[in-house]
Design a binder for this molecule. Structure first.
Ligand code: NDP
Length: 453
């Protein structure tokens, strides 16, 4: 089988690789497992030295890595550069904090001494998506490595160049051989690896379908797993909000990465008194978006990552139109490249696909709510629970509402953004477990109790 990377802007093939067979993977994983005995027995402080070097490598080569991201999945180069810097920041954060987070914890009991100690598990497989090809991998790998595990990466099949470059970052940082390894494999082989008991844990960021399949196998094999899945984040605008600011940030929250983000604002829920003003302001800010060549420094929106996404997005709009919506489309049409023009769907209703499924592209539906209770009800009427935004001048009121939203993250008067210092993950069908911060570091460790009498 071939793994092919296609440039979504030029529609040309970037590069093609042969996928590894299961048999070849077994040999590779064997080598990683052998590397675990050395890596896992280093102190956390010793391991952080390598991660600090990885941050340096990222910053030194940021342009090279950013261009690969843009070529493989169409993200505007400015944002690809920011993605690399964010990976380096994540490394800095764990270098500064991991030793403290993983220190033994003394617990007072009637014994002479009792404490909790954190030990690595072994080889952990990361199955990652293409939408933030470096960030998603670093978010998984850095805490997992610093805790003493070795990492195997099965990246999305459309970003093999990024997958191989990430392996190189760690090699150049001097990590011992086979401590971080990229396996160019398909989804079926990834499932076989778990099923054949070759790894000690799995972390998947991807769709609900993939999460359900991986969770089933990992559960059967009694492996710890983390699932970071989809989202349909509500963006609630109350009548006392700063409407123009909410609209400006809302445009960014929806259209960043051409709408292909799990924490993109996917449903704008606006109190009826201010809905006309909000839509007007939102449209003005939409018109400022520059759509075009993702290698151009000024571009805000590039093409979507894969050709087949265009059909899916068209279907969502067709469904909305059939149910009475009148979408407003912005920007010029492109002959070449997988462009989908930013689209606003005013007066969307909850029976439309645009509101009741995760739309991974630049479509912004606005739905009207009678009051704050209605807004919360609409916000929670989804199978997802990843992030949410609430806009109001009354912070106490907004915080009260934040507690009523069933999600893993709520931002008041701002955009939901992952941050190494804060736990990240979802509830309901958005996933299981947490990444980042103290919590992410504890996902792939044996929390061991020792009692001395
Ligand atoms: P997919 O689930 O199709 O792919 C994600 C990864 O999983 C890819 O590496 C893919 O490999 C692999 N994969 C898919 N099915 C299986 C399977 N049965 N067994 C093993 N591996 C599998 O997701 P998308 O690429 O469509 O990514 C977008 C999705 O990811 C959205 O739903 C989005 O919300 C979610 N996401 C969640 C985030 C979060 O933090 N919660 C962040 C970013 C995205 P291959 O490419 O070879 O098929």
């Amino acid at each position: 089988m071939k793994i092919k990377s296609i440039n979504p802007y030029t529609e040309e093939i970037n590069w093609t690789y042969d996928a590894l067979s299961f048999g070849n993977c077994e040999d590779q994983i064997e080598k990683s497992r052998a590397a675990f005995s050395g890596w896992g027995s280093l102190s956390v402080e010793e391991r952080t030295v390598y991660i600090a070097r990885a941050a340096k490598v990222l910053r030194q080569n940021r342009r090279v890595y950013a261009e690969i991201i843009t070529k493989e999945m169409g993200k505007p180069i400015r944002h690809s550069l920011a993605e690399i810097e964010k990976c380096a920041w994540l490394c800095d954060y764990y270098v500064a904090n991991a030793a403290g987070f993983l220190r033994d914890e003394i617990v007072e009991t009637e014994a002479e001494k009792s404490y909790v100690t954190y030990e690595p598990l072994g080889a952990v497989l990361g199955i990652m998506p293409w939408n933030f090809p470096f960030w998603q991998v670093f978010r998984f790998a850095v805490p997992t490595l610093i805790a003493g595990n070795v990492c195997l990466l099965k990246h999305a099949s459309n970003v093999p160049g990024s997958a191989l470059k990430i392996e190189k970052v760690f090699t150049e940082a001097g990590l011992p051989e086979n401590v971080f390894k990229t396996l160019l494999i398909d989804a079926k082989t990834a499932m076989e690896i778990i099923d054949e008991d070759l790894v000690d844990g799995v972390s998947l960021t991807g769709s609900v379908g993939a999460g359900s399949e991986i969770g089933e196998i990992a559960g059967r094999m009694i492996k710890p797993f983390v699932l970071e899945l989809g989202g349909s984040d509500p963006f609630i605008v109350l009548e006392d909000a700063d409407i123009d600011r909410a609209a400006e940030v809302g445009v960014r929250a929806r259209f960043l990465n051409a709408g292909q983000s799990c924490i993109a604002a996917k449903r704008f829920i606006v109190i009826e008194d201010v809905v006309v003003d909000f839509i007007e302001a939102f449209e003005l800010h939409m018109q400022e978006l520059k759509i075009g060549d993702p290698m151009d420094e000024d571009t805000d929106i590039g093409p979507v990552a894969k050709k087949e996404f265009l059909d899916n997005l068209e279907k969502v709009l067709k469904d909305a139109k059939k149910k009475g919506a009148e979408p407003h489309v912005y920007g010029e049409e492109y002959e070449k490249g997988y462009f989908f023009r930013p689209t606003l769907v005013p007066a969307a209703s909850t029976d439309m696909k645009v509101l009741n499924m995760e739309v991974f592209g630049p479509i912004a539906p606005v739905v009207m709510a009678k009051d704050e209770n209605d807004a919360v009800k609409i916000a929670n009427s989804t199978e997802f629970g990843l992030g949410a935004e609430i806009w109001s001048a009354d912070l106490k009121r907004a915080e009260r509402l934040a507690k009523r939203i069933r999600s893993g993250f709520v931002t008041i008067n701002g955009r939901v953004k992952s941050d190494p210092r804060l736990p990240f993950g979802g509830t309901k069908k958005s996933g299981i477990g947490r990444e980042l911060s103290y919590y992410g570091l504890k996902e792939f460790v044996n929390i061991k109790t020792i009692v001395v009498n």
